[in-house]
Structure formats: C-alpha cells, structure tokens
Write a protein that binds this ligand. Sequence first.
Ligand code: SF4
Length: 89
Amino acid sequence: MISKITIFKFVFYFFCIKKMKENTDNNTVSVNPDACIWCGMCVAQCNETFKFQWNSYAEVIKQPETKQELASAKVAASDCPTGAIIVKD
Ligand code: SF4
C-alpha cells in the first residue's frame, strides 16, 4: 500500500526534476547547425561566445555572462547571413 507521504515525495521530485530540466534547456544563445554556412563572421565578431567545430559549423562555447557579451552575441546574430544564430532574452 502506498502512503500519502510516498505520493507526495513522488510528486515533489517530479516537479523538481522538471524544473531542473527547464533550467538546463534555457540556453540564451544557440546555433542552428543546418543553417550555418561556416562563413566565420560570428567567430570573428564574438570569439568569447562562438568557435568553429573542427571542419564543421560554428558552435556556442560559452553562454554570455554579461550584458556586453549578450549585446555582442546579438550583433553577431543580426549579422549572420543565414540567421543561424538564435538569441533568447
Ligand atoms: S555567422 Fe552564421 S553562418 Fe556564419 S559561421 Fe556564424 S553561425 Fe555560421
């Protein structure tokens, strides 16, 4: 027989895990690898955030931590010729 405390624990852990997953999915900047044409503009403009993968598309190496880094990433996103960079506020 399942007690009410066990049910409460299950529900509590379910919502905790769900919230943790939301937090880890909440990246501010990302690159759509299918849209990237490897032009290098984002890496040249904002190398603290973007880097080339070996012989492949640009990737985000570090999420912006300051307003200045976020602004720089937004400029890179607006200058990206294919719109491959996604910035969430
Ligand atoms: S600016 Fe856009 S297309 Fe160019 S490397 Fe960066 S993500 Fe790829």
